[in-house]
Design a protein around this ligand. Sequence first.
Ligand SMILES: [Zn+2]
Length: 305
Amino acid sequence: MADLFSDERFCRFLSEIDASDAAKFQLSEIKDDHYDIYEFYGDVYCLVSKWEDNESISALYLIEGEEKAILIDTGMGSGDIPQLIFRLIGEKELIVVYTHEHFDHVAFAGYYENEYMMDVEESIERVNAGFTADELSISSVRTDNPYPLEGGRATATANIKPMEDGTVFELGGRSLKAIHTPGHSPASTCYYDEKYGLLFVGDIFSHGNIFIHFDDDIFMKSDLDTFIKSLDKLMPYVQKSKYIYFPHLSVVDTAQQMVVLKDAVESIRAGKVQYKVIYNDYSQSDVKCYSIHGLEILVALDSET
Ligand SMILES: [Zn+2]
C-alpha cells in the first residue's frame, strides 16, 4: 500500500530541506476511501491511490487558486476521483491538464469539462480514443476502473483539447505555466508555479527508471536528443524553482535534481557512460540501461549512444 511517510527517500528529502518547509509536507485530515491525501509545500494537494504499492505510486496534484483549481493528471484508475476532487475544491472552476499521454496518467480523462494536453495532435487523438483493457494488458497497471466504460475500455473516451506551449492558467492569486518538454513522450509537459517556485515535471524525472526508449502506439515515441533540448529549455525555470513534484515513486525532490538529470543525459549522449542491456516490460523489448548519478535511464537499443 502506498504510504509516502514509509518511503525512505521521501523521508530523507524531508530531513534535508529547511524544517519550516518540511513541516508543510503532511498527511491531510481530509480522508477518502481510495486516496491518501497529502498536503505539500506550496498549498498543493498530492493524491495517491491507496491501492498502489510504493513501487507504482502515481500521484496526482491539485492546485487551488482563489477562483479556479487545476488538477494535473487523472491517474491510473481507482475510486471516485472526480467526486473527491470536487469535494476538495467546492464550487471553484476546475481545469484538468496532463503531463503527457501515457495511460497511467489519463485514466479519468473524459470525466471533466475542461481538459487540456499539449498540442500534439496524434497524442491527443490517442488519449481521446481511450485505451482498451487488452492494450494495457502488457503492463501491471490497474485496469479495474470502477466506472462503467463502454467496449471493455480501461480508460474512457475523452474530449481533451489542445493547448499551446507557454499557456498560462490564471487561478486567482497564483498561476501555472505549461512548458512543452518532449522527449519521454511527444506531449510531455512541465508546469511551473511562479508563486511558490514549483515545477511539476511529469515522467521526465523519477527515482525509478527514467524512460527515454519508447516507440509504439501505446507509449508513442521517445527521443534522447529531444529530451536534452527540453531540459535546456526548462533550465531557466529550474533556476527559479525550489522543488520538483513528479508522479511516480517518492514524488518530490529539490529542483537541483533537474541539473543532475541534465548532466546525466548529456554524458550518456556523449558516449561517456557504460550501459547494460535489460528487458523492459512496458515496451516488451531490450533496452540500454544507464546508471549514473543515482539515476537509471533507459534508452532505445538502436540509439546512437
Ligand atoms: Zn510516461
